[in-house]
Design a protein around this ligand. Structure first.
Ligand code: PLP
Length: 467
């Protein structure tokens, strides 16, 4: 929910008679309501046309290289989603087969993420990774509260350890559920959490460590296995057993196919839970996410609620009650449609485009790559010191051609560093990448002729959306 303010609303605009059922010789006045409900109904065709026209001002989703979220699905998937628009995910009894598809998706993910005993792994669909992270964080907090009941009631304050590069959902979790956010800031060329930083921040009040696969800021994978090994050593020294949650919002659907040898998941006994976004590299339109726990012990029973299901009860764990079922059905469609080989091909193509494009941008001159897109198919780059433009100027100029490439400043202690980031998703073909490259090459001479970065000339830099 965006927090908007209201105001007066008494406009009347002339609209074309072609838009509605009005007599084409007569005039028609109508304005879409901005702040209050209109006095009466509007013909369906007119309402559709007015809203459709207004939405033309939105950017083209396929040219949005800022978002991790799926912008392209097959017609068959879209048809299935349309058929399921009226299904509420919580109504397990009314829509038992949708519930069954959700169960199959959880089982598929438990297998992909190497749950030691897939039968005892538990998991659920969510509206996205943010909700999944809230649920996983809650489970960590509740487990710590159980272990530290006396100290908690005496005022001990739980904390969660993570890198300063975590996605904003972790700040939200800590804020909403009153957990201290212990963040390791970026330092020099270290743009994400490492094992040493993680352990240095842990103490008896740490509910868990969040490892990110991969980082929203630059697409790099955090060293989850190293973090777990360092926490093993910490446990030997202190007796404190600190669980790890892996935020695999994007990487949870990439690494199993492209980096099978990378050990980051439930193969590590310290990994208690994992989340991923079905609507990112899970290749489904927004919003669906997944949260899985390695076993029932990792998810305290008192957090689980039960709903009716085929005359019995089904356990659920969610922040929402009602929620669309269509995205869950679409997730199962993608799993069925692609299989392992199909996923490997789709994600592999994204990584190929990312490394191709980052390589070409690196060779253009004037830019320095921070990452190459060889982990998540996502890369970040900045400008070199010798050019008279900055990343915000590049973003602004690319926007003139419709490309949305966000420019933003890194978090502490690298707020001096601003970058551009490109997310290569399914549907961003090498052909489109070449078109982006052509546009970037074309604007370079003009950028090089600038007297200096526009913000230094008093034109404010616009930080792009990058979460
Ligand atoms: C690492 C990470 N975690 C969590 C999120 C939040 O995911 P969602 O948008 O699915 O709520 C994102 C979104 O970009 C992310 O990159």
């Amino acid at each position: 929910m965006a927090l908007h303010k209201g105001a007066g609303d008494d406009r009347r605009l002339s609209i074309s008679p072609f838009m509605g059922a009005a007599d084409p010789l007569g005039t028609m006045k109508l304005a879409p309501p901005l702040h209050r409900l209109g006095a009466g109904p509007v013909a369906a065709d007119t309402a559709y046309q007015l809203i459709h026209d207004e939405l033309m001002l939105d950017g083209n989703a396929r040219l949005n290289l800022a978002t991790f979220v799926t912008t392209s699905m097959e017609a068959q998937a879209t048809r299935l989603m349309t058929e399921c628009l009226d299904k509420n995910m919580i109504d397990k009894d009314e829509y038992p087969q949708t519930a069954e598809l959700e169960r199959r998706c959880v089982a598929i993910l438990a297998d992909l993420w190497h749950a030691p005993d897939p039968d005892s792994a538990v998991g659920c669909s969510t509206t996205g990774s943010s909700e999944a992270c809230m649920l996983a964080g809650l489970a960590l907090k509740r487990r710590w509260m159980r272990r530290n009941a006396d100290r908690y009631s005496a005022g001990a304050r739980p904390n969660l350890v993570m890198g300063g590069n975590v996605q904003v959902c972790w700040e939200k979790f800590c804020n909403f559920w009153e957990v201290e956010a212990r963040t390791a800031p970026m330092e020099g060329e270290r743009f994400h959490l490492d094992a040493e930083q993680a352990v240095a921040l842990c103490d008896e009040n740490t509910i868990g460590v969040v490892g990110v696969l991969g980082s929203t800021f630059d697409g790099s994978y955090e060293p989850i296995a190293e973090i777990c090994a360092a926490l093993d050593g910490f446990q030997q020294r202190t007796g404190l057993d600190i669980p790890v949650h892996v935020d695999g919002a994007s990487g949870g659907m990439v690494a199993p196919f492209l980096d099978p040898e990378l050990v980051w998941d439930f193969r590590l006994p310290r990994v208690a839970s994992i989340n991923s976004s079905g609507h990112k590299y899970g290749l489904v339109y927004p919003g669906v996410g997944w949260a899985l726990w390695r076993d029932q012990e990792a998810l305290p029973e008192e957090l689980v609620f039960r709903v009716n299901y085929l005359g019995g009860e089904m356990p659920t764990f969610a922040l929402n009650f009602s929620r669309p079922g269509a995205e869950v059905v679409a997730q199962y469609y993608v799993f069925l449609r692609l299989g392992r080989d199909g996923f490997r091909a789709v994600q592999g193509a994204c990584r190929e485009v990312a490394t191709y494009l980052s390589g070409a941008i690196g060779r253009l001159g004037g830019f320095r790559l921070l990452t190459r897109g060889d982990q998540l198919p996502v890369f970040a780059f900045t400008t070199t010191d010798d050019v008279p433009f900055d990343v915000f100027d590049v973003s602004r100029r690319l926007r003139e051609r419709g490309w949305q490439v966000p420019a933003y400043t890194f978090p502490p202690n690298r707020t001096d560093l601003s970058v551009l980031r490109v997310v290569c998703r399914n549907g961003f073909s090498q052909d489109l990448a070449d078109l982006l490259l052509t546009d970037l090459t074309r604007i370079m001479p003009e950028l090089r002729r600038q007297p200096g970065p526009l913000k230094e000339l008093g034109i404010p830099a616009r930080s792009g959306f990058h979460h």
